[in-house]
Write a protein that binds this ligand. Sequence first.
Ligand SMILES: O=C(CO)[C@H](O)[C@H](O)COP(=O)(O)O
Length: 209
Amino acid sequence: MAKLQVAIDLLTTEAALELAAKVAPYVDIIELGTPLIKAEGLKVVTAMKNAHPEKLVFADMKTADTGALEAEIAFKAGADLVTVMGTVDDATIKGAVESAKKYGKQVVVDTIGVKDRVKRAKEVTAFGVAFVELHAGLDEQALPGYSVETLINEGREAQVPFSVAGGVNLNTIKDVVAAGATVAVAGGAIYGAKDPAEAAKALKEAMEA
Ligand SMILES: O=C(CO)[C@H](O)[C@H](O)COP(=O)(O)O
């Protein structure tokens, strides 16, 4: 069964905890977004894990260098999963994976900016990452003609464990699951909703229908 990951792209620990309290019953993974971690530091990760020890806490570190070190500080802060960029040197990804093995945690590779996401997904899977995030960032999503279907099709083609992130919503989440995703990521569709709990519940139900 695919997991639902809420991406919290808010800017304060207080707002993140408030949102997580509302949506926790319906999500499997709680992601602290990169801007949130940059604004608040890794203490937001610790606060989230303390508040929701039964959930997987995903620190969207978007690491580009010092893979082992950045993964280690996030794991020590309470993260269960960290992201490393797929565009960077293999050594950075491998370093993060080594750290994950040491702490019994996991690494996810983020494919923002990767030209051939299917090829890179296969390459980095061989390094021992948990799954590959087929991802169009918020800037890319805002470009004319963007469609999440491209990512969904790439997931189907890659034949490796993957998540899809980038405008996943109630209209598209069934396609994400049908393509065989390990995780469907929803940010704006949840935190931007009038009733985030209701939105998360509806997404979860759509995934399971
Ligand atoms: O990591 C991110 C941006 O870099 C976002 O959290 C991710 O793209 C999901 O966002 P949304 O569901 O709001 O499109």
